[in-house]
Ligand binder design. Structure first.
Ligand SMILES: Cc1cc2nc3c(=O)[nH]c(=O)nc-3n(C[C@H](O)[C@H](O)[C@H](O)COP(=O)(O)OP(=O)(O)OC[C@H]3O[C@@H](n4cnc5c(N)ncnc54)[C@H](O)[C@@H]3O)c2cc1C
Length: 449
């Protein structure tokens, strides 16, 4: 019997409830066919990095979840929260209940610097710091020693800027955000005075976006310092900035120039933006105490300039180091994985007929939330192209629900999530925050009983 009809709907499992999972569901529902979508999420709460990555002081960006609420309201959609694929349910089991699986599980791990001292105490990844201040249950017990005087952030993408901004903001600036209360408390007692954000190339190549860098000039208790000499551009840089895809770099230069001419000295913390340096060693014995950086020079044609070490080094005091050099996907048993790229092997989202992928685990950790929409739509096209070959042995959800119950898994539905959402908002209202996030899975599940 052909699938995609009301009698035999096309049954799709989506693993992961971040943006790419929701956009895949949207693309499936926009087709002419009858499609049932079951979305599996390892946490009891949805939205992936929109909840646990996007900075707490950027509330407007999180409004995108209203779009996801509308997708979830489709009667053919079901959320299976608190179910981890690969642990609570194996992929082979999932395959019997669905015509196809879309892996939209994101990139939860991080790239390494591969330099000496990287694993010293107080050398952290941005990934874990971000997840901690955003109240991700797996990171709530992490400790960050904020009694140190200086912190060095390696990387100059938007995540690095987020980390700098959170370290640079005062309690009063953070208290009205949805930052996790454990993080707010720890940051309120922060002793950090100097924050360094280090990039291996120059200001014309920096990966941060204009809006993010602009905010660094609007901090209440932190001065942002840039060496004006770093802003002198070479001829190659000038040529690079004229390239059509460099509009954001041109704007960045404008903002950096404005920042570099501001009067400073009145604030208690300093954020130093350092260009043309790569870390070569993190030093210390019981914990990080300094970091050695090598000065770089750029080489190559406009648009493809690479940073090459000059041999000249400087040493910065560093009580804390945060490595922010990119997220990385992790393998799942039974899914072909590209070790070097940290993604599932795929062509336009097709891993093999019946198995597909979307979002960061498909293409790597790049782009903004909206980038995931065309990415997921492309993946869904492959499913429809393969449809004639796709089979589903057990075309109903009930046996799956029974199976999970027999494994003592408390499945969280979308209506359950909405109860958690309402509770978090109410809790937040009491303290002037948009929400007070629950950070323990046990508390979330208990709230539903
Ligand atoms: C720190 C940070 C800040 C960002 N800020 C912005 C911003 O301000 N604006 C912007 O536009 N973009 C921002 N982004 C980018 C944006 O968050 C990503 O583009 C987007 O979240 C990627 O979506 P995704 O669905 O591929 O992955 P994710 O959002 O990571 O979602 C993956 C989901 O899969 C779940 N999952 C993983 N494994 C399993 C499993 N085995 N079983 C079940 N579920 C599983 C995870 O729990 C997660 O919920 C930011 C990213 C980061 C890291």
């Amino acid at each position: 019997m052909s699938s995609g009809t009301p009698e035999n709907p096309l049954r799709i499992a989506i693993v992961g409830s971040g943006p790419s999972g929701f956009y895949a569901a949207e693309a499936l529902f926009k087709s002419e066919q009858t499609v049932h979508v079951d979305m599996f999420e390892k946490l009891p709460v949805p939205f992936g990095l929109v909840r646990s990555g996007v900075a707490p002081d950027h509330p407007k960006i999180k409004n995108v979840t209203r779009v996801y609420d509308k997708i979830a309201a489709n009667p053919n959609f079901a959320f299976w929260g608190n179910v981890e694929i690969g642990k609570d349910l194996q992929i082979q089991e999932l395959q019997t209940y669905y015509h196809a699986i879309i892996f939209a599980s994101g990139a939860a791990s991080d790239r390494r610097l591969n330099i000496p001292g990287e694993d010293l105490p107080r050398s952290y990844t941005a990934t874990e710091f971000v997840a901690w201040y955003n109240g991700h249950p797996e990171y709530r017990h992490h400790q960050f020693d904020l009694t140190q005087k200086s912190a060095v952030i390696i990387g100059q993408g938007n995540v690095a800027v987020d980390v700098c901004r959170i370290l640079a903001k005062s309690y009063d600036e953070l208290k009205q955000t949805d930052i996790a209360s454990h993080a707010l408390e720890a940051l309120a007692n922060s002793q950090i005075e100097d924050i360094y954000m280090v990039g291996r190339r120059g200001p014309a190549q920096a990966a941060f976006t204009p809006q993010e860098v602009k905010e660094l000039g609007e901090l209440a208790i932190t001065d942002t310092l840039i060496n004006p000499e770093d802003l002198h551009l070479s001829q190659t840089d000038e040529a690079e900035l004229q390239l059509p895809d460099k509009a954001h770099n041109r704007k960045n230069m404008e903002i950096l120039r404005q920042l570099s001419t501001r009067t400073t000295g009145a604030r208690t913390r300093r954020l130093h933006i350092l260009f043309f340096y790569s870390p070569v060693e993190i030093c210390g014995s019981a914990g990080v105490s300094s970091i050695v950086l090598e000065k770089n020079a750029l080489s190559g044609e406009a648009g493809r300039q690479k940073a090459l070490g000059t041999g000249e080094t400087i040493t910065l005091p560093a009580g804390l180091v945060f490595r922010s050099v990119g997220y990385r996907g992790t393998p799942m048993p039974g899914v072909p994985f590209h070790e070097a790229w940290g993604v599932f092997k795929n062509e336009q989202g097709r891993i093999q007929p019946g198995m597909y992928t979307a979002g960061w685990i498909k293409r790597g950790p790049s782009g903004i939330i909206g980038t995931n929409k065309p990415c997921s739509y492309e993946t869904v096209e492959q499913i429809f192209a393969d449809q004639a070959q796709l089979h589903c042995e057990i075309p109903r959800s009930q046996p799956l629900a029974d199976l999970l119950k027999s494994r003592q898994i408390q499945v969280v539905s979308y209506a359950d999530w909405q109860k958690i959402d309402a509770l978090e908002r109410a809790q937040g209202e009491a303290t002037g925050k948009p929400r007070e996030k629950m950070t323990a899975v046990a508390d979330m599940l208990a709230a539903l009983k």
